[in-house]
Design a protein around this ligand. Structure first.
Ligand code: FAD
Ligand code: DLZ
Ligand code: SF4
Length: 512
């Protein structure tokens, strides 16, 4: 035979060279469901089901297009349950002239493939992942010689390079690069959000749900209802639905949080984009077209495009530039174990309960919940970054290390010492009260900082700032916070710090 072409579970894209360059008559594709990938963290069962169903549909689509596919299901006899093992087994069975794989999205697999190269009797080609708009080389050029890797500069370059929201004279549409200041409205009473699509489960998805139920009985999360798109065609319907009905409202309430509303105006596209069912440029172009045709305001289109063309590409660049050391970073010396309630959802804090329930039910929570609720709490309470990282990597259907790790260690926990975010995203209960309607249903009171009803975010916030004063008081964006702390006087400061210790004790005892 010709080349054994390996497709990983998050590489379901026909535009990749691994597919585009295939010889239908001679080459064989390999897709394998393996326990090593399904259990390297405690993945949400919906994430496993989504990926297995999408992989099976993708394998079927390749077959329908006339390719030969070796698809190894999780339960298949002889499955070695590792990617390396399945490649070696396929090589022994099919005797290809070479093996090809698109570079994996995680460092550990990249290392695994380098080791496999030595064990293989034929050459292994690792092809670039051309789904991304910024190659490793282009990111290196951007980063070279810069002391400050701020996303905003990167984003402007990407806008220019891909001519998105750029006018014929080279200026940004509307005259500004960034409309973020218009995208921070607190939720108002009676806000309505459009209903979301739910995809019919075919026989393939039903078989996968049955498999996941049997093989992951102790798995984290709620498996059903299961409404995910599992094919490119369905993912495109989700995209078109978003552009037509949701995008116009994306900007205004981008930072808001509303009880009982897991999605608000977010796109839900990350799981599809990261698995290869959608491409970043097609999404950005559709959002731009919606703005140009008057179907979406500029603050919505720009805000949305910035997330994909800016943040998504930027965090991937940061990941590959700073791995493998990035995962070990712990600049704030945070050592608390992850509280059990991150898994169980059992806490008296209504904001965390809400974010954790969405996570458990949907393998999803939106960005502000990830950053300002679960992330902010872990930052303030000093939870060990690696434990937090493993939790985020497990629980979201869109989670892969290249995108999750910089968001968790860099953006949420400041564990990279400010490489990704110039100031920590630390906030007290007042922020959560302003940006959500969670506090009304809480055992705690966001306006109280000391005592039985004290919102834990308050004392933990001040204690965090006091603990890290040496580091943050030099930060040009933070002097006013320390001025407020100093104005409080010693007695109040001592009470807040004692209260923070009481919260941490309660957290350790599962009573918070
Ligand atoms: P929308 O709000 O609709 O945003 C549109 C798209 O922009 C997303 O689909 C995503 O592709 C991209 N995007 C938005 N924000 C970011 C960002 N900060 N970094 C990279 N891409 C972004 N995103 C992941 O895709 N996988 C992860 O594992 C992940 N882990 C995160 C962990 C933490 C602690 C934080 C704070 C953020 C994380 N994010 C992650 C980023 C972001 O929260 C999710 O991309 C977003 O919530 C996915 O929902 P959505 O598709 O509805 O996004
Ligand atoms: C996440 C995941 C899971 C749950 N299962 C598989 C699998 O069985 N087979 C596979 O090829 N890929 C799987 N994946 C995705 C990989 O973990 C992913 O390719 C790496 O994390 C790199 O991004
Ligand atoms: Fe969260 Fe504090 Fe509000 Fe309760 S009072 S919901 S803990 S911010």
């Amino acid at each position: 035979m010709g080349v054994l072409r390996v497709i990983l579970g998050d590489q379901l894209s026909s535009q990749l060279e691994i597919v585009a360059g295939a010889d239908k008559g001679r080459d064989v594709f390999l897709l394998a469901e393996v326990m090593s990938e399904a259990s390297y963290v405690r993945h949400h069962v919906k994430k496993i089901a989504f990926l297995f169903s999408a992989m099976r549909h993708y394998g079927d689509a390749l077959k329908s297009a006339g390719y030969t596919v070796r698809y190894v299901a999780l339960d298949e006899a002889g499955n070695s349950q590792s990617l390396e093992g399945e490649i070696l087994r396929a090589v022994a069975a099919l005797a290809p002239s070479r093996v090809a794989v698109t570079e994996p999205g995680e460092w550990r697999l990249r290392e695994g493939f380098e080791a496999l190269r030595l064990a293989l009797p034929v050459p292994l080609d690792i092809l670039p992942d051309t789904r991304f708009l910024c190659s490793h080389a282009a990111f290196a050029t951007f980063a070279e010689g810069r002391r400050d890797l701020r996303m905003e500069f990167f984003y402007r370059e990407m806008r220019r390079r891909h001519a998105i929201l750029i006018e014929p004279d080279g200026t940004p549409s509307g005259g500004r690069w960034n409309y973020d200041t218009e995208n921070r409205k607190p939720p108002k009473a009676g806000l309505q959000f459009s209903p979301r699509l739910s995809f019919r489960k075919d026989a393939t998805t039903l078989a996968v749900l049955d498999l996941v139920r049997r093989r992951f009985p102790q798995g984290y999360g709620r498996l059903e209802p299961f409404h995910f798109a599992v094919t490119r065609r369905q993912a495109l319907r989700e995209l078109d639905h978003f552009i037509a009905h949701i995008l116009p409202g994306f900007g205004d309430y981008q930072d808001a949080m509303v009880r009982g509303e897991p999605y608000l105006s977010h796109s839900l596209l990350a799981a599809y984009l990261n698995a290869g069912l959608l491409y970043p440029l097609e999404i950005c172009r559709k959002a731009e077209a919606a703005y140009r045709d008057g179907r979406a305001p500029l603050n919505a289109a720009e805000g949305f495009i910035r997330q994909i063309l800016g943040w998504r590409e930027y965090v991937r660049g940061v990941y590959w530039r700073f791995m493998p050391g990035y995962l070990e970073r712990n600049a704030l010396d945070a050592t608390e174990p992850l509280p059990w309630f991150y898994w169980s959802g059992e806490t008296r804090m209504a904001c965390l309960r809400e974010a954790l329930a969405h996570t458990y039910d949907h393998a999803y929570s939106h960005h502000i919940q990830r950053l300002m609720i679960t992330g902010n709490f872990a930052l303030l309470a000093g939870i060990e970054p690696k434990a937090v990282h493993e939790w985020y990597l497990a629980v979201y259907a869109d989670a892969y290390e290249w995108v999750e790790a910089p968001n968790t260690l860099g953006m949420a926990l400041h564990a990279d010492g400010g490489l990704l975010a110039s100031k920590p995203y630390a906030a007290s209960g007042n922020y959560i009260k302003r940006m959500s309607n969670y506090c009304a249903g809480c055992a705690y009171d966001p306006t109280v900082s000391v005592g039985d009803r004290a919102c834990p975010f308050n004392a933990l916030y001040w204690d965090f700032l006091a603990r890290h004063r040496d580091r943050f008081s030099r930060n040009a964006r933070m002097p006013y916070v320390y001025a407020n702390w100093d104005k409080m006087g010693g007695e109040k400061q001592a009470a807040l710090r004692a209260q923070a210790q009481a919260h941490l004790l309660a957290m350790r005892e599962g009573l918070l």
